[in-house]
Write a protein that binds this ligand. Structure first.
Ligand code: NAG
Ligand code: NAG
Ligand code: NAG
Ligand code: NAG
Ligand code: ZN
Length: 323
């Protein structure tokens, strides 16, 4: 009898592993965390993976990376906002037809028009930060991803098959003393979606600009080509990481950390914390800075470096300089 029970228990696990559907974060189970994703989805072992660390000493200025044109970011789209716990994160999209019809981005080095599909978050725990991208090795408390699809493709699946298929805008968060009232609706909705599959239709609509830093800061960003940060990790994303973080209070951040739960799969569902993938190798890629973005000073030779080089290159000159 005990042997038979074992067989029955083991079977569903084998089936799930074979289907390649199960992935998770290390905070759920080390056996299906980011280090194992490439075994479940070979794409996750590719050469152009996301997230990455943005090293501001190594980014390259591209003056063609000007203002991004945000269309429909300044008005509440018709239809209801639907906030959902999908078992991995909190995701927002509009009920019925997607936000896509009304919200899109162009310019800023994007060759086509990209329409908005959904946005979602990645965060840490009460003691640790949880952004996916890092800047100069620094991780931020939370990261917002606004996912857009190239309008020249018909479906998300088709777009995922092309390097220019998707454009994701990434924003870091910083902890501020005061609540960010623009996040009140989302934060209040979290308690209604504490378990995987739960969703809530938000009563009030709002425009996306309200969730972002002020418009004057949106021309400062970094650009590189990468992937989705969850399996299948499709290398189809033109990434835009904004320099200016979004302020949020510790209490609002804690609402994400304390209220939500991952999907269960038999055992009791764990708290949804640390739902981020760590930075991946840059390999042969370059990261570009927009015309207004900050570049670390040490990326250009300083005056003293130039003088030292001259002294080393011309020792005669060096010794003959009267001091
Ligand atoms: C839980 O199981 C479902 C169905 O097999 C699967 O889709 C999901 O990815 C699993 N989640 C985790 C975290 O293992
Ligand atoms: C882009 O957004 C604008 C502003 O809402 C809208 O008028 C236009 O139809 C949208 N275009 C596409 C292709 O979705
Ligand atoms: C985590 O975020 C806080 C607040 O932004 C920051 O002060 C701290 O340096 C970050 N910690 C790490 C390890 O990056
Ligand atoms: C959220 O849940 C509370 C009670 O748990 C309920 O009163 C409220 O109507 C719910 N909100 C929505 C938008 O469904
Ligand atoms: Zn994401």
């Amino acid at each position: 009898m005990p042997r038979r029970a074992l067989t029955l228990l083991a079977l569903p696990l084998v089936l799930r592993a074979a289907s390649g559907a199960v992935w998770c974060y290390d905070s759920q189970d080390l056996k299906c965390g980011p280090g194992k994703w490439k075994d479940l989805a070979p794409g996750c072992g590719g050469d152009n993976q996301s997230p990455i660390n943005i090293d501001r000493r190594k980014v390259q200025r591209d003056t063609n990376l000007g203002d991004i044109h945000f269309e429909g970011y300044d008005q509440a789209p018709p239809g209801k906002w639907k906030l959902m716990n999908n078992g991995h994160t909190v995701v927002m999209h509009v009920e019925g037809e997607s936000m896509s019809e009304h919200i899109n981005i162009t310019s800023g080095g994007l060759t086509e028009k990209y329409r908005a599909l959904q946005f979602h978050f990645h965060w840490g725990n009460l003691k640790g930060n949880g952004s996916e991208h890092t800047i100069d090795g620094r991780q931020f408390p939370m990261e917002l991803h606004l996912v857009h699809m190239n309008t020249k493709y018909k479906t998300f699946k088709e777009a995922k098959g092309h390097p220019d298929g998707l454009a994701v805008l990434g924003f870091m968060f910083k902890v501020s003393n005061a609540d960010n009232s623009n996040y009140n609706t989302i934060v209040a909705g979290l308690k209604n979606i504490s378990h995987a599959g739960d969703f809530v239709e938000l009563a009030s609509t709002f425009c996306l600009y309200n969730l972002l830093p002020s418009v004057s800061q949106l021309s400062k960003y970094y650009r590189y080509h990468g992937s989705l940060t969850t399996p299948d990790c499709a290398e189809a994303v033109v990434w835009t990481l904004f320099e200016e973080p979004i302020p949020i209070s510790q209490a609002q951040l804690n609402a994400f950390i304390n209220t939500l739960h991952f999907s269960a799969n038999g055992t009791a569902p764990g708290k949804m914390t640390d739902n981020f993938r760590p930075p991946q190798p840059l390999k042969n890629r370059k990261v570009y800075a927009s015309k207004d973005a900050a570049i670390s000073c040490s990326s250009v030779p300083s005056a003293s470096h130039v003088l030292l080089l001259l002294l080393l290159a011309f020792p005669v000159f060096h010794f003959s300089v009267p001091l």
